[in-house]
Write a protein that binds this ligand. Structure first.
Ligand code: PMP
Length: 428
């Protein structure tokens, strides 16, 4: 039976600490006491250590020292390219040539030939020869830095209500006025843009390729049309979609037929690309400017050469026939997972490789994830404040390297947990 709610609440008060800043540091002691209490009950599922590359079958060690063998649906090396032998070799070669760092910021002495090669590989990958690239050392930075550079006070940012925190942080710190449209709803966007568009102030619309909490596709054709009709620009974050769909992996912008119309594409390099970093793809005059005015680029050391070298090989493999085969496998696995789970548990709007299993109450998170890890399944969890209150979910990231048997094991294990913790659909 699920644990009584009062113990469960004791475990799960994370949101309290997230907003506890500003006092005399009591929150630091409180946080550590809370974490020690949860660890003492042996249900703390965060920060477990993995000792090797995250292939589907791995072993993880909790802070308490407990160790579990598990099947991983918790990482977003979706195509497995992050540990491909040729990618590792390319990264090693780059480190051999340059050392482990770039040793300076990109605008000063930190731009290496391998960064230029990576920029060219990205331009070729997208098939947009007139575009430029601004490289960042994280996807988070790519959103924050680009948005801060593109809009200021007096401008407007109009975001899908489910955009990632990095878009929100960029918009908040830009000084622009913030607006939110209903998720994926072009009519709602239009209702916001109509009164703004006659005022002559710059408007930036922000959306995503695949939404990271819900796993649905951005309705980019409709949103782009509405944005442009009202004189707004559109930025699309393809974090969970680039390399994973569209022709040669060009993402949802390509799938939706708007790749040459979207003004600013953000390619996060940590998921399908399986490294770390981010890139803005935009007209050359824009990227020349953002190279200077994205603060987290101007004041931060350039991407490390090992990553840049590995990413160039990822692009070569991922945009070729090997990539096509891996994408086909990823799509097969995602479909198999969704088809088997959807009659029995709530998958929300999922239509991709991100398969959220929505169980609801935030206070149940630790016990459910603890149970799954003990039964050999490693999933990613998400709850308030990353989702609305009591819309907590297990996020399963399908991977091209999963076998059909792996998918079936995940389904059986999730459905056993759903029976135990009472989150089967009422009519299932
Ligand atoms: N955008 C989205 C939609 C994301 O989900 C994430 C991270 N998971 C990011 C941006 C940030 O990317 P990174 O982790 O590469 O910094």
């Amino acid at each position: 039976a699920p644990p009584p709610a009062d113990t469960a609440y004791r475990h799960n008060t994370l949101d309290m600490f997230m907003f506890g800043i500003g006092r005399e540091f009591e929150e630091i002691d409180e946080f550590n006491a809370w974490k020690a209490a949860v660890n003492a009950d042996n249900v703390y599922p965060f920060e477990a250590v993995r000792a090797e590359a995250q292939r589907p079958h791995l072993s993880l060690r909790r802070e308490t020292g407990e160790q579990f063998d598990a099947l991983s649906f918790a990482n977003f090396n979706y195509l497995g390219l992050g540990y491909h032998p040729e990618v590792i070799k390319a990264a090693q070669n780059a480190i051999g040539r340059y050392g482990i760092g770039a040793f300076a910021t990109p605008t000063l002495a930190g731009t290496l030939a391998i960064h230029k090669e990576l920029e060219q590989a990205l331009v070729d990958f997208y098939g947009l020869p007139d575009r430029g690239i601004t490289l960042f050392s994280s996807g988070y930075g790519a959103n924050v830095g680009s948005i801060q550079a593109l809009v200021q006070r007096g401008h407007h940012v109009v975001m899908d209500q489910l955009v990632h925190m990095s878009i929100l942080d960029g918009a908040k710190t830009s000084g622009a006025k913030l607006h939110f449209f209903e998720h994926n709803d072009a009519d709602s966007l239009e209702a916001i843009l109509k009164p703004l568009s006659g005022q002559g102030n710059r408007i930036l619309v922000c959306a995503e390729g695949v939404y990271s909490a819900d796993g649905d596709f951005g309705r980019l054709a409709q949103l782009t049309e509405v944005a442009h009709r009202h004189g707004a620009h559109i930025l699309v974050d393809e974090a969970h979609s680039v390399m994973l769909c569209g022709k040669k992996g060009r993402g949802v912008c390509d799938q939706a037929g708007v790749i040459d119309q979207v003004d600013f594409i953000i390619a996060t390099l940590s998921k399908g690309f399986a490294g770390v970093g981010g890139a803005l793809i935009a007209s050359r005059k824009v990227t020349e400017y953002v190279n200077w005015y994205a603060r987290c680029r101007l004041f931060s050391t350039a991407m490390d050469p090992g990553t840049a070298g590995g990413l160039i090989k990822v692009i070569e493999l991922g945009s070729g026939s090997e990539g096509d085969n891996l994408r086909a496998r990823l799509h097969h696995n995602s479909q198999r997972l969704r088809d088997a789970l959807s009659p029995h548990v709530d998958l929300g709007a999922s239509e991709s490789w991100i398969v959220p299993v929505i169980y609801g109450p935030d206070h149940m998170t630790f016990e459910i994830v603890d149970h799954l890890q003990r039964h050999g399944l490693d999933v990613s969890l998400m709850q308030f404040p990353s989702t609305p209150k009591d819309k907590a979910r297990l996020r399963l990231f399908a991977n091209a390297a999963h076998s059909d048997a792996d998918i079936d094991f995940a389904v059986t294990t999730i459905l056993d947990a759903a029976r135990r913790f009472n989150f089967l659909k009422a009519d299932a």
